[in-house]
Ligand binder design. Structure first.
Ligand code: EPU
Length: 419
């Protein structure tokens, strides 16, 4: 197991290239199950979660190769197995994304229930309910969701109580091969869903309503393989913006999409960070002391829950009280206890954290609990006086491509060691 050691207090200066988005690549890889043939994905980040998804697809009969860095060729001619095992699903919840495509392609899917996780219970009842609307028979057998359908699924109207990102993605993939029209109401609108819709459209699917909360899918009989580029990772982009906000300095983030971060960039400007948006890059600097700000996580285009931990680290570096409301996941404050070990003054009351920014953090040994919590500890370590050691960084490697190397390139004193 690796740990990351940071000597804090160094401003970040230089250029960072943003990688492709993990949460876009995962559903697009799952979508290659929908039809036989050779699919090409470009700008795929090299991450642990991506490798886990590819291992899962291999067990289903898919083969793949990386002809060059970040380009993935997936051949799904041989899909013949419909079971996603507990061993793989328990390491990555996004494995549930194979449920819709397997049912559409094979008429059968047995996918382990993921169970709870570090940030909340995260049930998959919207996925199962939606598939039942499309005519799938589902049972829970020995911890597995076992679904089957004779022939094609039938279009229907699906309503989500809460917009669910992977729920919307699963329904889109299932519905594009169903018979007739499917309408998804209160659908999630995250940019990663737009990326999936673009891929499915090139594959021959008929989908209307991109970027809206009502998606209409007219099922087609067959699809064909496609070549698609993964969109830039908006959460990685936001993480580096928060980092330079915490340390000072000036960064140019290239190969990103500022339009995918509307509420986050607005908050960054409010706290006093200078943001210059260009078509596919952002120049970010901190010309003044940080102001405090209140934040409430919401589905897109609201403030992303995946940047909540990082803005908390930033707000510790401001002066004054910030109120952070987490509305998406019920247990996403695991980073608070670790930030407190570095001297942060934070009080948690249910889904609300009140941060008393003092502008001061002191290095300490801390432990990563989940992916985004790890990123907040790295930001805090970069801003702190002294040495911070972040252990269990395998969480970081799930979703940040070469984070320590990218930070080193812009002047951070950060290194990785074996524990
Ligand atoms: N929900 C249900 N039932 C369901 C599905 C969701 O009650 O069947 C609830 C969840 O418990 C949560 C809310 O609906 O309260 C929204 O959850 P959503 O389904 O949108 O989350 P997800 O699809 O499981 C994706 C990302 C997460 C990100 C969330 C929210 C992927 C692979 N994962 O998860 O990313 O936090 O959307 O934006 O796209 C991360 O990258 O660190 C990460 C956790």
């Amino acid at each position: 197991m690796d740990k990351i050691i940071i000597e804090g207090g160094v401003p970040l200066n230089g250029t960072i290239r943003i990688s492709g988005a993990k949460n876009a690549a995962l559903p697009l890889i799952a979508a290659t199950l929908l039809c036989p043939g050779e699919h090409t994905l470009t700008n795929v980040p090299d991450l642990r979660d991506i490798r886990t998804m590819l291992t899962l697809l291999e067990t289903l009969g898919v083969s793949y190769s990386w002809p060059e860095d970040h380009t993935l060729i997936i051949n799904s001619d041989g899909v013949n197995n419909y079971e996603a095992s507990y061993d793989l699903v328990k390491t990555m919840r996004a494995s549930v994304l194979v449920l819709g495509p397997l049912l559409a392609r094979l008429g059968r899917a047995r996918v382990s229930l993921p169970g709870g996780c570090a940030i909340g219970a995260r049930p998959i009842n919207f996925h199962t309910k939606g598939l039942q609307v499309l005519g799938v028979t589902l049972e829970l057998v020995e911890g597995y969701v076992d679904g089957s359908i004779d022939g094609r699924m039938q279009g229907g109207t699906i309503y989500f109580d809460i917009p669910s990102v992977t729920g919307t993605e699963n329904m889109l993939m299932a519905a594009c091969l169903a018979q007739g029209r499917t309408i998804i109401k209160n659908a999630a609108k995250e940019p990663e869903i737009g990326n999936l819709i673009d891929m499915l459209t090139v594959m021959g699917a008929k989908i209307r309503g991109r970027d809206s909360d009502c998606l209409t899918i007219d099922g087609v009989e067959s699809l064909k393989p496609a070549t698609t580029a993964i969109i830039p990772d908006r959460i990685e982009t936001g993480t580096y913006i928060a980092a330079v906000g915490a340390t000072g300095g000036k960064l140019e983030l290239t190969h990103c999409n500022p339009r995918h971060l509307p509420s986050f960039l607005e908050k960054m400007r409010t706290v006093g960070i200078d943001i210059v948006e260009q078509k596919s890059s952002i120049i970010v600097s901190r010309p003044q002391d940080l102001r405090c700000v209140d934040v409430k996580t919401m589905p897109f285009p609201g403030f992303p829950t995946d940047l909540q931990a990082q803005i908390m680290a930033l707000m510790i570096c401001s002066h004054g009280l910030s109120v952070i409301d987490e509305t998406i996941f019920e247990n996403r404050f695991m980073h608070v206890a670790e930030l407190q070990r570095m001297g942060a003054d934070i009080r948690v009351d249910g889904g609300r954290a009140i941060v008393n920014g003092t502008g001061k953090l002191v290095g300490a040994p801390v432990m990563a609990t989940d992916l985004r919590a790890s990123a907040s500890l790295v930001i805090a370590g970069l801003a702190a006086q002294g040495t911070t050691t972040v252990s269990r960084v395998y969480h970081l490697d799930r979703g940040y491509e070469r984070l320590d190397e990218k930070l080193q390139q812009v002047g951070a004193r950060i290194r990785r060691e074996k524990e």
